[in-house]
Design a protein around this ligand. Structure first.
Ligand SMILES: [Zn+2]
Length: 279
């Protein structure tokens, strides 16, 4: 018998996704299993690519050994086939949630409707748990990269692709979740940019996650709202075109040439992310 891959975790096999969970996270693990199976059934035919997906749903005590990072609660991929999500709520989620008192009454009300708990607190879990589908987008690209040996043109474009995977999945497969997916990014955008150290796409290429978490979250929220605009303008076909463009790219183009390819091969709304950032 081969040794167990994750001896401290419980295996939950499925037809499209294999999942392992910390023993005290079973309920959330089953929710992730359902969502990730559905997302595979959506993404594989949409992208015409079969990815091998393994999901780890972890309690804090198993996080660092699996991810190498003490930052519990950041959904992430750890290799070309494995994504890691939190099986319990994280203090980090509280840290990136603006205090309701700092928000306009309308925005605070929207946060309460989307994430409010009976005791009046805000619980971002419903938003954070959806991000597993974003991470699946990374796994599809990483595995296609192994197959096609391409050179991804920009980090922000990869993140935009993953946000578009997530938004298209939610809009088509779990539309009742859209308020939970969209309210947090809208709240972050409503906070403006005056408090940010970095806000250009060049900064994002240079630093990526090497910035304060709230600043990185701002970029991902901005890219999510762009993904929503792109989906509303061009539908799931734009996701398919962006995927094709990414897996066929083999060089780092200058901005002008990239803009031209995005406009002609994908959709003008994708070009606008580059040329009109951060609108
Ligand atoms: Zn990402």
């Amino acid at each position: 018998m081969s040794p167990k891959l994750y001896p401290n975790l419980v295996e939950l096999p499925g037809p499209y996704v294999t999942l392992y969970f910390s023993p005290n996270t079973e309920q959330r693990a089953r929710e992730f299993a359902n969502r990730c199976q559905r997302a595979c059934q959506f993404l594989s035919p949409t992208l015409k690519f079969e990815a091998e997906i393994c999901v780890l749903v972890l309690a804090p005590e198993h996080w660092q050994e699996c991810t190498g990072s003490p930052m519990y609660g950041v959904p992430q991929t750890i290799d070309q086939r494995t994504l890691v999500v939190a099986g319990q709520n994280s203090e980090l989620w509280t840290m990136i949630t603006p205090p309701l008192a700092d928000l306009s009454p309308a925005v605070a009300q929207a946060m309460q409707v989307a994430y409010g708990q009976p005791d009046g607190s805000i619980d971002l879990a419903a938003y954070m748990n959806l991000l597993a589908v974003h991470e699946m987008g990374h796994l599809y690209l990483d595995q296609a990269a192994g197959t096609f040996d391409f050179n991804l043109p920009r980090r922000w474009l990869v993140e935009l692709f993953c946000q578009l995977c997530l938004h298209a999945y939610a809009a088509i497969e779990e539309p009742e979740q859209l308020p939970r997916l969209e309210t947090f990014p809208k709240t972050i955008m409503a906070g403006g940019v005056a408090h940010l150290s970095y806000k250009t796409l060049d900064d994002f290429e240079r630093l990526y996650a090497d910035m304060e978490p709230p600043n990185f979250v701002w970029y991902l929220c901005q890219l999510h709202l762009a993904a929503r605009r792109i989906f509303d303008a061009g539908g799931v076909e734009t996701l398919q075109r962006l995927w094709q463009m990414l897996i066929q790219s083999n060089e780092k183009l200058p901005d002008e040439q990239l803009a031209l390819r995005l406009r002609t091969e994908v959709h003008p709304a994708v070009e606008h992310v580059l040329t009109r950032w951060p609108d």
